[in-house]
Design a protein around this ligand. Structure first.
Ligand SMILES: NC(=O)c1ccc[n+]([C@@H]2O[C@H](COP(=O)([O-])OP(=O)(O)OC[C@H]3O[C@@H](n4cnc5c(N)ncnc54)[C@H](OP(=O)(O)O)[C@@H]3O)[C@@H](O)[C@H]2O)c1
Length: 324
């Protein structure tokens, strides 16, 4: 089978594309014929060695995929040959990744793909959707009628946060860096969009939500805690999930006097049960048209190195999907 792979960590150019032995299905696994995969920033950190896992060699990058089940391993009774499925949380913690024509995945990371949802949508929404769900509901305990502010509403994660918060009955304020991206954020359902290259986020959010926001989601790698905590309502929750090397200042006094809470997490540490809970809601929302993919680039799988280059070089403005 054809696959994108590395034999040692390094820059995007270290990704090769060629023939590897097809995987065989093990106990508790599904063998999936891939139709689409997507790129996430963490794929580039693992490929470069920035996030160090004990990798198999050759190592196939990629967390997300969607395709059709070709074989079912012993002990799996929830899937059958021919089922349409999507999966996430691969290529992490030393597991082999998804950028191949065929993948063998533990069934616990696989979810049914409802009829009418295309493979590219499922692959594009996989990791970022689970991330948004964990942050909004497990960490942030979002309630209908609350106000969410998410920085970066057209990014991979941000576009999911906007749509899921709306699906849950919240009011959503978000930011984007160009008029075009602001328009896109509005199309995704945001109630208010701040163009951060022309307007101050702090002043705009204060004007839109003078009582404060209930949940503030920071997707940037360097949170501004002074600004965020000032924008939170009493007992507001803040979510952080990026910036491993960030060491920003933290306004302890304003934070505890307002009785705020701060939540950090990585999606790949969620349990299979927690991910299934996220996937169930995602499947329902995708079927209802409430969770659409925000795809910026579609490329063939053979362009995996180029896809990593784009992810690292540009402010991508959505997901990069590769079709297998
Ligand atoms: N902890 C976890 O489980 C987890 C899961 C997924 C991702 N992550 C991390 O979360 C981060 C975001 O991931 P992603 O996939 O959403 O990335 P992405 O698609 O590249 O999105 C980044 C977003 O940040 C915005 N942004 C960049 N610079 C900004 C600035 N100066 N001011 C305001 N907004 C700015 C961009 O908006 P514009 O394009 O409008 O500039 C864009 O919307 C990455 O660091 C990733 O590694 C963590």
């Amino acid at each position: 089978m054809k696959a994108a792979y590395i034999t040692e960590t390094g820059p995007a150019e270290s990704i090769q594309f060629g023939d590897l032995d097809a995987p065989t299905v093990g106990d508790g696994q599904l063998l999936i014929r891939n139709h689409a995969v997507s790129v996430n920033p963490i794929d580039t950190y693992v490929r470069s060695g920035l996030v160090a896992f004990d990798l198999p060699s050759p190592f196939i990058p990629g967390s997300d995929a969607a395709g059709i089940v070709e074989a079912v391993g012993d002990g799996v009774d929830s899937f059958a040959v021919g089922d349409r499925v999507w999966c996430t949380n691969q290529g992490l913690l030393g597991r082999q990744g998804t950028f191949a024509q065929q993948i063998a995945i533990d069934a616990q990371w696989c979810f049914p793909l409802p009829e009418g949802i295309d493979f590219s949508t499922a692959a594009a929404n996989a990791l970022v959707g689970v991330t948004a769900h964990l942050g909004l509901f497990r960490c942030g305990a979002l309630q209908p009628g609350e106000t969410v502010c998410v920085i970066g509403g057209t990014g991979g994660v941000g576009a999911m946060v906007v749509q899921m918060a709306k699906a849950a009955g919240a009011s959503v304020i978000t930011t984007a860096g160009t008029d075009e991206k602001c328009q896109r954020a509005t199309e995704l359902g945001a109630d208010h969009v701040v163009n951060y290259s022309t307007d101050s986020i702090a002043e705009s959010v204060k004007r839109i939500a003078p009582e404060g926001v209930n949940l503030y989601w920071e997707t940037r790698r360097m949170p501004n805690f002074d600004e965020a905590i000032d924008l939170l309502a009493p007992r507001g929750r803040m979510v952080v999930m990026a910036g491993r090397d960030s060491r920003p200042e933290f306004p302890v006094g304003p934070f505890y006097v307002k009785e705020c809470s701060l939540h950090g997490f990585v999606m790949f540490k969620a349990s299979p049960q927690e991910m299934r809970h996220c996937a169930d809601d995602m499947n329902r929302w995708m079927s209802e048209g409430k969770l659409r993919a925000n795809i910026a680039h579609q490329l063939p799988l053979s362009d995996a190195a180029e896809a990593h280059r784009i992810q690292e070089a540009e402010n991508v403005g959505g997901k990069i999907v590769l079709t297998a």
